[in-house]
Design a binder for this molecule. Structure first.
Ligand code: G4P
Length: 531
């Protein structure tokens, strides 16, 4: 029997970030295949289409062929217990996607080698960078014509501002793709021959590769490796752990090539669950995974998995102690004791009841409406709160009202609950009308659908031509602000009654700031994420 500490050290929780179509699903699937969690390719996609088909509101998901909700996939590989947090991969991603990233210990960034860094990757990267977690880069689709490998690596630096260190390096691309050189292990994996060549002490400069790969590929590889070793960043585990240096891998998820090398290096380099910041009775403390007391937080609530029962599944990350089925824990927000009777482990292929679990495990807790996103549950004496999950600045806004004014009550209840659940951000304007904000179009659609189906309140929704939000700095004179704003701005209040201004775009914001230097505006992240 291994000790709990040894067990914790085997855990890895990571999320995959990418722009749609870069190959996140394909890579996830290959990783699950390696771990034996699924047996056939196509399962992840098929699961998306079939498993949730029972659920009504998931119709949206089916119709649009996208994953609305994100879940967790767990598998084992070489003794490691790995949880992949699945983040919605479609353009219409929502705050969920961001929040998932607060529960992971590292992130894998999948980049389409032909396209380089795309918009959504950039946004998600920012969230990871904010948390300072290690970020691993997998450059995909090497079986197709791609950009130059150096240019891709340079893009990481230029566009994302992160230094990188190649762990594997491609030999050609597209029709000339011949394999990868594993710089750390000093071996070449051949694409067509599916063979691994261990190289001697001269590495790619030795004789082993002569005649094994095309002459032009070999000379390019030698030049490139010379450049990498001469002028590239040095491998620095400390910088990787701090999220300042990204290890880079090349491969083809579709051909399942380079994925094993990626997975094995990743498991070596990525961190096991570590210390988490929290507050106990208002004092800063650190929760260690090996602490005896059980603790963790809810980072996602998935509603209506089974519409007949209206139940919800709260995704819970264990941060310390041991979970045992049926145990009593305290919900810090209310001070109430809760019994964790029905909980599930979220395996890739099925949901299993879980009897025990430890730090680094993610469990699903059945919820009949008691929990909120960000809730801390623990057996710790006193009031324990993990860092609140950040709220992200909405980028799209709409004015909403019930279609039928007789349904105002249901409407209000639905809006409040969905806001609490974190499904949407809710504001009120000067006239007490409801303004909702989201980071993705799909959030609006799900919001509308759920209000109608769960709260029986059909809504009118008018999109506002606003995309940038700023809170008013402390002590601003509201009457003055009301006087100077015009149709290009809108004054609204968040649920703490804090005033904020919506602007059509960055340009109108800049213009406004120039004209009204006396009005202090604060970026959303600074306000909302104050801890
Ligand atoms: P996503 O989850 O990031 O959105 O991407 P996904 O894995 O669904 O991949 C998007 C498309 O790219 C898919 O093709 C997939 O087969 C393809 N793809 C993924 N990895 C590679 C790769 O390494 N090489 C090549 N050549 N293609 C790759 P599709 O035609 O859109 O879908 P499908 O019909 O194949 O499922």
């Amino acid at each position: 029997m291994s000790t709990r500490q040894e067990e914790i050290a085997k855990r890895r929780i990571f999320g995959i970030i990418s722009h749609p179509d870069a190959g996140k699903t394909t890579l996830t699937e290959k990783l699950l295949l390696h771990g034996g969690a699924i047996r056939e390719a196509g399962t992840v996609k098929a699961r998306r289409n079939s498993k949730f088909a029972t659920s009504d509101w998931m119709e949206i998901e089916k119709q649009r062929g996208i994953s609305v909700t994100s879940s967790v996939m767990q598998f084992e590989y070489q003794g490691k217990k790995i949880s992949i947090m699945d983040t919605p991969g479609h353009n219409d991603f929502g705050e969920d996607t961001y929040r998932i990233l607060t529960s992971v210990d590292s992130a894998v960034m999948v980049i389409d080698g032909a396209k380089g860094i795309e918009a959504q990757t950039k946004k998600l990267f920012k969230v990871c960078a904010m948390r300072g977690i290690p970020i691993f880069t997998f450059i995909n689709k090497l079986d197709r014509e791609t950009k130059d490998a150096f240019d891709l690596v340079q893009e990481l630096e230029d566009v994302l501002g992160i230094a990188s260190v190649p762990i594997t390096w491609p030999i050609g691309s597209g029709i000339n793709f011949e394999g990868i050189y594993d710089i750390q292990k000093n071996e070449v994996v051949l694409y067509k021959a599916q063979k691994t060549l261990k190289l001697g002490e001269d590495g790619v400069f030795g004789p082993e590769l002569e005649g094994m790969i095309a002459g032009y590929n070999l000379s390019t590889l030698r030049d490139e490796i010379e450049l990498i070793t001469g002028a590239g960043n040095e491998f620095d585990m400390d910088a990787i752990e701090k999220g300042k240096l990204s290890p880079v891998f090349f491969g083809s998820a579709l051909a399942d090539f380079g994925t094993t090398q990626f997975l094995e290096h990743f498991l070596d380099m990525s961190p096991a669950p570590g210390v988490r910041k929290a507050k106990l009775n208002g004092e800063d403390i650190e929760i260690r995974p090996e602490d005896e007391d059980f603790s963790g937080f809810i980072f996602k609530i998935q509603a209506n998995m089974n519409p007949a029962h209206r139940d919800r599944l709260a995704f819970f990350r264990i941060c310390s102690g041991t979970f045992e089925r049926g145990m009593e824990v305290k919900l810090s927000r209310t001070g109430k004791n809760m019994k964790l009777a029905q909980s599930t482990m979220l395996m890739a292929n099925e949901r299993e009841n879980v009897e025990t679990a430890i730090a680094g495990d993610v469990i699903g807790i059945y919820d009949t409406g008691n929990y909120q996103i960000g809730d801390t549950l623990s057996t710790v004496r006193g009031e324990l709160f993990f860092e609140p999950l950040p709220t992200f600045p909405a980028e799209m806004f709409a004015l909403v009202s019930p279609k039928d004014t007789m349904k105002a009550k249901q409407f209000q209840k639905g809006v409040d609950q969905l806001a609490q659940e974190g499904a949407i951000q809710v504001y009120r304007n000067q006239y007490n009308e409801v303004v909702v904000g989201a980071v993705g179009q799909l959030q609006f659609e799900v919001f509308e659908y759920r209000l109608k189906n769960e709260y029986n309140a059909a809504i009118r929704m008018d999109r506002l031509d606003m995309s940038v939000v700023r809170w008013l700095g402390e002590g601003m004179d509201l009457e003055h602000v009301k006087d100077v704003i015009d149709s290009r701005q809108m004054l609204v209040f968040d649920h703490f009654q804090r005033p904020l201004l919506l602007f059509a775009n960055q340009f109108t914001l800049n213009y406004f700031q120039e004209k009204h230097e006396d009005i202090k505006l604060v970026e959303a992240l600074d306000v909302v994420n104050k801890y």
